[in-house]
Design a protein around this ligand. Structure first.
Ligand SMILES: CC(C)(COP(=O)(O)OP(=O)(O)OC[C@H]1O[C@@H](n2cnc3c(N)ncnc32)[C@H](O)[C@@H]1OP(=O)(O)O)[C@@H](O)C(=O)NCCC(=O)NCCS
Length: 145
């Protein structure tokens, strides 16, 4: 899809992100599978937006419609841990791969991602971008551009 971009998340994105997060597939592929309450989520969301080690980006189209989100956490080791979601109605169109490519482009870092083995689409996304699986479910990319 053309004309997609990543922008920093805002407070207003919180409820939309929660609706994607509570979607059954997102829950199945998360390490915490219980549905999350809005109040609890918004506490986490506000703290996340203030956290200097965390960046949350929203993928949007030219109309400003939210399509997905990408989280980057700078770990004490200096690595950047990535996690992502595509809005349920926009899955299967190549957006996950495009978002991840946009999200790491231009950053020199060691990226890591933890992915459940049954999450075939996410495993495929990282493999296409050159990540290596160094332990079961732990994917790493040493990016140099
Ligand atoms: C994982 C997720 C982000 C993928 O996004 P997407 O936009 O649907 O993925 P894409 O369309 O870019 O597809 C990526 C690859 O996976 C494949 N794929 C997509 N959906 C698939 C499915 N349901 N089963 C198997 N493979 C699938 C695609 O064919 C593509 O591979 P290809 O390039 O070789 O054809 C999306 O399904 C999602 O939000 N899932 C719930 C949240 C989640 O799993 N987050 C990651 C936690 S680590």
């Amino acid at each position: 899809m053309n004309n997609i971009r990543l922008r920093p998340a805002t407070i207003q994105d919180g409820p939309t992100i929660l609706s994607w997060r509570n979607d059954p597939l997102s829950r199945q592929f998360s390490f915490q599978t219980e549905p999350i309450e809005l109040e609890h989520h918004m506490q986490w969301w506000l703290a996340s937006l203030k956290n200097p080690a965390r960046t949350i980006l929203v993928l949007e189209n030219e109309n400003g419609e939210g399509l997905g989100s990408l989280r980057k956490d700078k770990l004490p080791t200096g690595e950047i841990e990535l996690s992502w979601m595509i809005a349920p109605e926009h899955r299967g169109k190549g957006l996950g791969s495009s978002m991840l490519r946009l999200g790491i482009h231009g950053t020199t870092a060691r990226f890591i991602a933890r992915i459940k083995p049954e999450n075939t689409a996410s495993c495929r996304m990282v493999e296409k971008l050159g990540f290596s699986e160094i332990q079961p479910g732990l994917f790493v990319l040493n990016s140099c551009d």
